[in-house]
Design a protein around this ligand. Sequence first.
Ligand code: EPU
Length: 301
Amino acid sequence: MRINDSKLLAAIGALGVEHKRGVSLSELTSLGIGGTSDVLLIRKHDTIPALIRLLKESATPHRFLGGGSNVLLPDGELPWLVLQLARQDPEVRFDGNNVYVDCAADLGRTVTLCAKHDLGGMEGLIGVPGSIGGALRMNAGAYGTQIGTFVREVKVYRAATSGIETLRGAEINFEYRHTSFAPDDIMLSVRLELPSKPYSEILQGIRICNEKRRASQPLNQKSAGCIFKNPPGGSAGRMIDELGLKGHHVGDARVSDRHANFFVNAGHASAADVLELIADVRRRVRERYGVELEEEVIVWR
Ligand code: EPU
């Protein structure tokens, strides 16, 4: 989606929002897949209500992109303008056991920074790629840790009210890879409360999680992490593996040899290739196990 209306562009510029023309979105996603679109880079949270109002008034379809690590974007020219939050300086602020984090901050770097302040609890999340905002929206989790456990307050742009609100942690439902946020809410910043722990102890936990991850996941290949959610009581990876589908591919979209619930871009995979592979694997799992796998990755349709 391109913006060519000069009045709209001037109004966007007046808000201090940066307009980037014809961005190749494959460079913004960990799968390395995605067509092109104009991107609006938001520098100040409080300009969002006015920006969204402008886009609505001009009937400009738009979507918000976070860290790009758990998303499958379509090929070609996208039918939406893409919104992103610019990184803030500073991104993280400490006050005792409270940590105030901007949602554009990188999750892994935040975990490490907290460790340096002797604040732990999030060791399991160390290798999860993506932004704090994306982690909040999906309630990112690994090795028994979920980010939702530590959330005390979230500042969010709520699409329903077109305003910025601060929600208390207790008002938000954090479930397995799902939260009560609406799809068009935009996470802005969060207050986490983390338990005190000596740096050396946290570092030890981080090392163990890194090793486990390196041993079981294709970290040096382009992927969006697990493609499917685990069905209740089951394991999507184990089922796909048992079906002998490691290495199975559609074009360059390939079921990882290392972890069968990771689909990797082994070259120049398109979104269409990944979607065909998803449909094929889902059909085979349904036929063999009678289980309908649900996507874990967010697919822009
Ligand atoms: N397994 C296989 N073959 C495979 C992959 C896994 O037999 O190809 C077996 C394993 O041996 C194990 C079981 O399946 O017995 C579960 O595998 P694993 O421990 O790798 O965990 P997972 O359930 O596949 C989940 C999360 C990961 C997270 C890990 C570690 C989901 C969908 N996946 O994977 O999260 O990193 O646990 O906690 O919940 C993600 O969200 O993108 C993601 C990768």
